[in-house]
Design a protein around this ligand. Structure first.
Ligand SMILES: Nc1ncnc2c1ncn2[C@@H]1O[C@H](COP(=O)(O)OP(=O)(O)OP(=O)(O)O)[C@@H](O)[C@H]1O
Ligand SMILES: [Mg+2]
Length: 347
């Protein structure tokens, strides 16, 4: 019997190229509660272009970050993303789940530009109770190599087999809880990190398209140094600061343009591949880069859309002391992904 004091927490581990982030969520009450958060910087160049260059350094940072969060379990939820993960909404003749499973490999061959021998497939029937002749299925394909590299890294950090989720789904979980307004119509969830910006297009609550752009705070800092002559410390302070400045405005303009084009391209791709119209009606920003002063305003002006700063704590119960010495408002936007991972119950 474990009715009381039942341990039912999930540890979300986000291995970013700039920061390792851990969020611990307790699922034993009626509503999930965030009990602990930890953030640990990673040496530059330990992860480049999504590739783990130095597994030892990354594993050490993971160990320190988990220790800082007081985590003792060996089971964590982490995720894969990037160009080696493909999410696609497809239409197939309505069949039972078991039959759909058998069909998926064949379907994937038509829709996924990867060698089928080297991918892991998963799928979800989006309208299981529908009566139409055809049904929508969300197909997910991830290169096996990518998942294996993640699992190797976890092993190196002394962790057991946990759950390997998909970035876009974890982000989506966090949005579902905290921004229910983002679950109707077509919206873009944009996670601006250190190296990468993930653009996730969500249609009526279903993440149907994901794209990555090589843009993030690292480029912002580099541009401040090379184009504006600032030192590396000054550049980092401006990017992480709270004030707009001439320097930032200047270097952010082309980056905001790049992001806007990325969002527009994703939407246009959707229009060409779906039967419905596909106008993005709002953009939600998260990730460390979303805090860069002036970026949100520049994007909103350029896109002429509401651009909202997303908050993973908007509807989440937070236990006293969960953030320890971290300033909650400063780090909240960085925690969308790890919190989304920790919202999973089946770790
Ligand atoms: N309070 C903060 N503490 C630390 N970094 C911050 C803070 N606010 C903004 N930043 C910026 O956010 C960046 C990290 O953002 P984030 O954690 O989203 O990226 P990441 O997940 O490490 O990178 P990626 O997803 O691209 O691999 C830092 O490099 C820094 O420039
Ligand atoms: Mg990230």
């Amino acid at each position: 019997m474990a009715l009381f004091g039942r341990k039912n927490t999930t540890v979300g581990l986000d291995i970013g190229s700039g920061l390792i982030k851990v969020a611990v969520v307790d699922h034993s009450k009626s509503a999930p509660e965030l009990v602990r958060v930890a953030i640990m910087p990673l040496l530059a160049d330990a992860i480049v272009d999504g590739e783990i260059m130095d597994p030892g350094i990354v594993a050490d940072a993971i160990i320190s970050c988990l220790a800082a969060a007081g985590v003792t379990t060996k089971s964590v939820v982490t995720a894969v993303g990037g160009r080696d993960v493909i999410i696609k909404k497809i239409l197939i003749d309505r069949v039972k789940e078991e039959q759909a499973r058998e069909l998926m490999r064949w379907e994937a061959e038509q829709h996924v530009p990867f060698d089928m021998e080297s991918v892991e497939l998963d799928f979800q029937i989006l309208d299981p109770t529908g009566t139409e002749e055809q049904m929508s299925v969300l197909l997910v394909a991830a290169k096996r190599e990518l998942i294996e590299a993640k699992v190797r890294l976890l092993t190196e950090a002394g962790l057991g087999a946990g759950v390997v989720d998909v970035d876009a789904f974890a982000l989506h979980n966090a949005f579902e809880l905290n921004h229910p307004d983002a679950m109707s119509g077509i919206v873009a969830l944009v996670n601006i990190g250190n190296e990468v910006t993930n653009i996730n297009i969500v249609e009526n609550g279903v993440p149907i398209l994901t794209r990555d752009l090589p843009a993030g705070t690292r480029r912002f800092r580099e541009a401040l140094q090379s184009e504006r002559g600032l030192g590396s410390g000054e550049a980092a302070n401006l990017v992480q600061g709270t004030e707009r400045s001439e320097h930032l405005d200047a270097i952010l303009a082309p980056r905001a343009e790049e992001l806007a084009v990325g969002i527009e391209r994703a939407a246009a791709f959707l229009a060409s591949s779906s039967r419905s119209g596909s106008q993005v009606t709002a953009v939600y920003l998260c990730g460390g880069g979303s805090r860069t002063p002036g970026l949100l305003d520049q994007l909103a002006t350029r896109l002429r859309l509401p651009v909202v700063s997303a908050n993973p704590l908007a509807n989440l119960v937070v236990r006293d002391g969960a953030f320890e010495s971290l300033v909650t408002d400063d780090v909240a936007p960085l925690l969308m992904l790890p919190i989304g991972l920790a919202l999973r119950q089946s770790a």
